[in-house]
Structures are given as C-alpha cells and as structure tokens.
Design a protein around this ligand. Structure first.
Ligand SMILES: Cc1ncc(C[n+]2csc(CCOP(=O)(O)OP(=O)(O)O)c2C)c(N)n1
Ligand SMILES: [Mg+2]
Length: 410
C-alpha cells in the first residue's frame, strides 16, 4: 500500500487502447420501453434518475415499444430514414471530394445521423439551432439544398458565405441554423442568450444549444447552465456524447459525474439520456424538451448516447487511439439499420426498396455535386471575389477596411 501521506495524480484511462479488444461493458443499456415518460411539468427532483438511464424506443426485434413510442407515422419515419441515408451518402461523397483535393477539410456524421435528423423534426419554423460541425442533419432534414451545402464546402463562386467560413461551417437563418463557430461551447451561451431574448420579447420561438462530450469541459458550458436555469430560458441543451473528443475519450470531460446528463442536476434542470442511435427515441425526447420550453417551463438537458463511427475529421486517424473494430462493438447499433429494420417490421419497407433508395439517393447526391462543381472547387473554377472579403461584417465599412480594400485594388 502506498504511503498514506503520498498523493497520487489521477488521470482517467480509456478501457482499451489500439490493438486491444473493444469493451463497452461499462455502458449499461436499459431495455427499450422501460423508462417512463413523465409529464412535461414534472418536478425535476423526482426524475433525477433519468440522468443515469437511457430512453429507448426500438427494441432488438425492430418494434417501437413503451411510453415514448407512437409519435411519428410510418410516412414520417420513411422520410426520416431518407434523411439519414442522404446525410450518409452526402458525407461519403464529400469525404471523397476532400481526398481528391476539391476541398481542404470535411467532417462526417457516420453513426450519429439520427441525432440531428430526428431532432430537427421536433422544432418549428423560427426556432434556432446553435450547432457544432456535426449536425448537418438539421439542414438536410429541413430541406436545405445540398448544392448550397456543397458550394460552401468548395468555397466556390456560389458559396453563400463567400469563402469566409471553414468548409462545413454552414449558416442559414431561414433554416434555423445559426452560423457555426469553430470555437466550441460558444454555441451554449449564444443559444441561452438567444432564448432569453425570445422570452424577454414575449416571442414564441425556442433555441437549441449543441455541444459534444469533450467540449462540455469548457467553462462556456457551465456558464450557460447557470443562466439557463436561473432565467428558465426556453432552450434545449443538447450534449452529443459520441464517446470521443478527438483522441480523448469521454471519461476525461465527464470526470466523476457518472454521465453528462448528470451535469444538469446541480442546476435543477431536468436532465435526460436518450439512445442517440434510435430515431424514434431522439425525436420523442426532443419533442418533450421542446414542449417544456414552449410552455415556459425552462431548459431541458438531453444527452444523446451515440458513437462516432468515423474519424473526427478528414485530418484524423482514429486507429492511433482506439481499436479498429470498436465501432462494430458499439452496443446501440447503427441508426440507419435500426430504423430500416423497424420499417420492414411495420410492413412499409423492404431490403429491395432500401437498396433501390440507396441507388436513387446516390444519384441525387452526385447530380448535386456536379452542379456545385460547375461553380468551382477549392483549386479549380469560380471563386468568390476578393472584394467579398471586405463585406458582410459591418453595416458601414470602417475606414481601415476601406483603406485595405483600396490597397488590394478591388
Ligand atoms: C474552444 C475550442 N477548443 C478546442 C478546439 C479544437 N477542437 C476541435 S474539435 C475538438 C474535439 C471536440 O470533441 P467533442 O466536443 O466531443 O465533439 P465531437 O467532435 O466528438 O462531435 C477539439 C478539441 C476548438 N475547436 N474549440
Ligand atoms: Mg465527442
């Protein structure tokens, strides 16, 4: 035994390292349908255990079960499946485009498609998301044109942001998608502030804050929770726990709290965990939280338990820090396959129709890509004009920018 007077520094360690056997035995998975669905005006103190459980709807047989089931029709679910499949195909094509040098950077959603695609369906027009770089499903599920997304990724002449944002950092006020900031966790304070402003002006719109497991370590996350709970801001506080920051496993940012949802408990915020790979469960929980916000009941913190199956970004190689087969061992499965199986179980879908849909979606994505590439890519074709770089920030251009523009001769 160590000398009782000798302190030892504690650093959490992941269960396994590259070369080891994937092990998720520490992730307790409750049965689908087993977690109750409280009234939206429930006393947060009576549902503290929900921060340590996982709300699930789809069971292994592909059935939708329990009190969180039954909110979406088969038609809506078929549309949801198409959105997730579209996002996956879009990702694969853009990842390839990055490898071909058509863009400098790309970030995929592989394995996490249900989170943003299903969440979007719980919002109303006018509501505002403050997303990070891994929620493009919010745009796809809201019908934002893929060509416009690709134009942004290529920073070409049709890029609505005129090359001023890093590829994939989209912005669309009309689609409730606040400009992405690369500075993570700023989304939290901005969303809470926006929600407070909505309440102050007696509006009816709500906000959604987005953050990853790793970024919850930022102080902005904690400050946002103070303001959200004190002023009962109409905001949904989303934490996407995909098990990894870049090479850092989620145990570092989570520390001793047990779960990320548990972070909300000290603030008296109702805090739920949901199966992030279950389209129905994500949607049901998002809807519950949105109803609370709209009814002036204040914030809800939602932790989506999922797994980042792909690399962090096109600049990352996960085999350096986790076993190669880890994603296959992830106990909550694949969101696309799970919804597909449910729809087959419902008798409204089949393997053949799925294969056919994959081919159709690929064709649509390729057509969009051709159109976007006709406006240019990173190293070829049309580009935003140099003049654009001086515009769009100030309502009236300040003298120093005017001078710089003159010097640049544009
Ligand atoms: C404030 C800030 N610190 C560091 C970074 C660099 N960085 C970019 S992504 C990332 C990991 C974030 O992990 P997580 O929050 O879990 O999100 P995920 O990528 O898993 O979706 C880091 C550290 C950043 N963009 N912003
Ligand atoms: Mg993460």
């Amino acid at each position: 035994m160590a000398d009782a007077g000798m302190l030892r520094f504690h650093v959490p360690e992941p269960e396994v390292r590259p070369g080891g056997t994937p092990d998720f035995s520490n992730v307790t998975i409750p049965k689908a349908g087993s977690v109750p669905r409280p009234q939206i005006d429930v006393d947060p103190r009576s549902i503290r255990d929900m921060a340590f459980s996982i709300i699930r709807v789809l069971n292994r047989a592909g059935e939708a079960v329990g009190p969180w089931a039954g909110l979406l029709t088969d038609e809506e679910l078929l549309e949801g499946l198409r959105h997730m499949m579209t996002l996956r195909t879009f990702d694969a094509r853009m990842q390839m485009a990055q490898r071909q040098g058509k863009t400098s950077f790309y970030m995929q959603h592989l394995g996490e498609e249900a989170v943003s695609c299903a969440f979007r369906k719980a919002l109303k027009p006018g509501d505002m998301n403050f997303p990070t770089y891994r929620q493009a499903g919010l745009l796809i599920a809201d019908g934002y044109p893929m060509v416009t997304m690709m134009n942004q990724i290529y920073s070409n002449e049709a890029d609505p942001l005129k090359g001023r944002q890093l590829p994939i950092m989209y912005s669309s006020k009309e689609h409730g998608f606040f400009s992405i900031s690369g500075n993570l966790a700023t989304q939290y304070i901005q969303a809470v502030g926006w929600a407070m402003a909505s309440a102050i002006s007696n509006d009816s719109k709500i906000a959604a804050a987005w953050i990853g497991d790793g970024s919850t370590a930022e102080s902005d996350f904690h400050s946002a929770l103070v303001f959200a709970s004190t002023y009962k801001a109409p905001v949904i506080l989303n934490v996407v726990n995909n098990q990894w920051a870049i090479s850092t496993f989620q145990g570092i940012a989570r520390g001793g709290s047990g779960t990320f949802a548990a972070r909300g408990l000290g603030f008296g915020i109702p805090s739920l965990r949901v199966d992030g790979n279950d389209y129905l469960a994500v949607h049901a929980v998002a809807k519950w939280a949105a109803e609370r916000a709209r009814a002036n009941l204040g914030p809800t913190l939602v932790e989506y338990v999922t797994y980042r199956a792909g690399a962090h970004s096109s600049s990352d190689d996960p085999s350096a820090y986790r076993p190669k087969a880890e994603s296959d061992a992830w106990p909550l499965g694949d969101p696309v396959i799970r919804l597909k199986n449910h729809l087959i179980h419902q008798g409204v879908w089949s393997e053949d129709r799925h294969t056919q849909a994959e081919a159709e979606i690929l064709e649509t994505v390729i057509a969009a890509q051709k159109e976007a590439e006709s406006h240019g890519t990173l190293h070829a074709g049309g580009k935003p004009s140099t003049r654009d770089m001086f515009e769009g920030v100030y309502a009236e251009m300040p003298p120093h920018l005017r001078r710089q523009r003159q010097q640049a001769g544009v």
